[in-house]
Design a protein around this ligand. Structure first.
Ligand code: AMP
Length: 573
């Protein structure tokens, strides 16, 4: 058996160098895939040669495209196809059958690949009709495939490739006999591909019996030794796809990163997520292979100067980025290889600083987290996304802390407002006055952070038994739906303002953004660079809005302190 180690540096041949037909390369580029994942890089050339393959890969590694692209590549021109399928993919669950057939459909659109998912639970007559009208690729659960074989509605006579996807799951679900029966019905000279997240002896036995001299592909073992493990807190949040954007917003609200990079798989995902985040009041910049160097420099400068807090990027685009002040790395999906994960999180926790790595994992990707733990030798703590109530409690905690600091600070400072409290106490109870003051401070602190109160269901892996749908889940409490703010980057002339509070007053960029976005017509994204010094801060705002901002800052407070603002000097970004 040949061994094919997977490259561990994340670089290597592009999609156009794997031997795939041009229209397939064009199809994946159009899907926004910038480069093959490690499993694709290794598997595709091997499969195109017609070799059998045994791949240890979990969901999230890109394994579907790894076997689907060569299958589609191997289809003869549409005019010469018969009614019978030439490829059969066996999967453990109906969800996977649907997902894989959708993927084959996406990748095979350019060559009009005909694909039918076949699974239990769907009226059989519909599948009979689909199979009868002619099909190239059948994606089936073993039980239903055997049903169709019994009825004579599924012909295996022309099958050239069989894929056993998530083979360990199929065995766990008791499909061993069905798989045997199906394989026996296929031509002996077929190509057989087996993917499995784990390789227990039963899988090895199937491989020995049904695969011929397979190439083995395993995701490489750890490339990091314990000694250079970064000081990074690693957390994963289990969340269904539909709730990911809301979940990310909520997590960012709790974490309040100074500077974060959010990794996505595709360009399209980068664009969509950046737009969503900006729409919700975050200051995010997109970075992917579609942008030139000038954009890249501008994005980096905005992050360094504090004018942006988030970069949303693909791995390719983020290569070579060196951002000292990065506090958080967020994986919007579980990375396709543990090595990618290690590279990504290596960007934080440098030079003894603390870093945070956050991963959003869909339930089906949770196995990949285990692989990551094994490879990195570090625990990834799995948590539920904070509820709106938890977020609010967290924000209140922050306000309490801020007030506590003021109370423990400079007395003169407090004495300046004593007259206000005293005069109010003629008419109101002191507790009431305190409540009003805290409310005011709190609203200012959380201003600008539009919380999307959509309920995010708890993901319980016990409910994720194979065969269960992506529905269900217990709802967590939440309030009414929040409305997203509007933000666009205008590129307008900017004017720098001097604001009379800085680090000494514990003012941070977030306070300035919160105060300005909360009190004026500007949103976070309209604000330019922010430079917080010991005794003062400099903030760039659009020139047309200077008076409005000066006036607004004059009537608000930052960290409980009255401030004033004035024009510093004219600058242009
Ligand atoms: P899979 O492991 O096959 O379930 O794929 C996981 C996800 O990765 C799917 O949403 C694919 O669309 C996506 N994907 C597959 N290959 C790539 C690639 N080369 N670049 C970016 N995303 C990919």
């Amino acid at each position: 058996m040949a061994d094919a180690p997977v490259a561990d540096d994340g670089s290597g041949p592009g999609f156009d160098e794997l031997g795939l037909a041009d229209d397939l390369v064009a199809a994946v580029v159009k899907l926004g895939y910038e480069e093959p994942t490690p499993i694709q890089r290794e598997a595709i050339p091997v499969l195109l040669q017609g070799r059998d393959l045994m791949g240890q890969a979990a969901t999230g590694t890109g394994k579907t495209a790894a076997f689907a692209l060569p299958i589609v590549h191997g289809l003869v021109p549409a005019a010469r196809r018969t009614k019978s399928p030439t490829a059969l993919v066996l999967v453990p669950t109906r969800e996977l059958a649907i997902q894989v057939s959708e993927a084959v459909h996406r990748y095979g659109r350019a060559v009009d690949a005909r694909v039918v998912p076949v699974y239990g639970g769907q009226p059989i007559f519909r599948q009979l009709r689909a199979l009868d009208s002619g099909v190239d690729v059948v994606v089936a659960t073993p039980g239903r495939a055997v049903d169709h074989l019994g009825r004579g509605s599924l012909s295996l006579a022309e099958i050239r490739t069989v894929v056993l996807d998530e083979a360990d799951e199929m065995l766990d679900m008791g499909f061993a006999e069905d798989i045997e029966e199906i394989l026996k019905g296929t031509p002996g000279e077929r190509q057989t591909v087996l993917f499995s997240a784990t390789m227990p002896p039963r899988i090895e036995a199937i491989a020995r019996t049904h695969l011929t001299d397979p190439v083995r592909i395993e995701l490489g073992r750890s490339t990091t030794s314990d000694g250079d493990s970064p000081a990074v807190t690693q957390t994963a949040y289990l969340v269904r796809r539909a709730h990911k954007a809301t979940a990310l917003g909520r997590i960012l609200d709790v974490e309040a990163p100074t500077a974060a990079i959010v990794f996505c798989r595709t360009r399209a995902e980068v664009d969509t997520l950046t737009e969503t985040l900006n729409g919700r009041g975050y200051r995010a910049e997109a970075l992917h292979g579609g942008f030139g160097q000038e954009h890249r420099d501008r994005v980096m400068n905005r992050l360094r100067s504090g004018a942006a807090d988030l970069i949303v990027a693909t791995d390719v685009a983020a290569r070579g980025l060196d951002i000292d002040q990065l506090t958080h790395v967020v994986n919007y999906d579980v990375p396709s290889a543990p090595e990618t994960y290690v590279h990504r999180i290596g960007r934080v926790g440098r030079a003894g600083r603390e870093g945070v790595a956050i991963t959003l994992a869909e339930p089906r990707e949770h196995r990949m987290l285990k692989t990551i733990e094994r490879v990195t030798g570090q625990k990834v703590q799995v948590r539920q996304v904070p509820t709106v109530d938890e977020l609010r409690a967290h924000q209140l905690g922050g306000t309490r802390e801020a007030l506590d600091e003021v109370l423990g600070g400079d007395r003169d400072h407090l004495d300046r407002v004593r007259v206000v409290v005293e005069s109010l106490s003629d008419e109101h109870d002191l507790m009431e006055i305190a409540l009003a003051a805290v409310t005011l401070v709190h609203e200012l602190r959380v201003a600008g952070a539009e919380t999307d109160d959509t309920e995010i269901p708890v993901v319980d892996l016990k409910d994720e038994r194979p065969g269960k749908g992506d529905r269900g889940g217990k709802a967590r409490p939440g309030g009414p739906k929040g409305k997203p703010g509007r933000n666009t980057h205008t590129g307008a002339d900017m004017t720098r303002l001097y604001v009379s509070a800085g680090r000494k007053a514990r003012v941070g960029p977030g306070d300035l953004v919160g105060a300005i976005a909360g009190e004026t017509s500007l949103s976070g994204r309209d604000i330019g660079s922010i430079d917080v010094q010991e005794m003062f801060s400099l903030v760039e705002v659009p020139s047309g809005k200077v008076d409005e901002v000066i006036e607004a800052l004059g009537r608000t407070t930052l960290r409980g302190r009255k401030v004033h603002a004035r024009r510093e000097k004219y600058t242009r970004t």
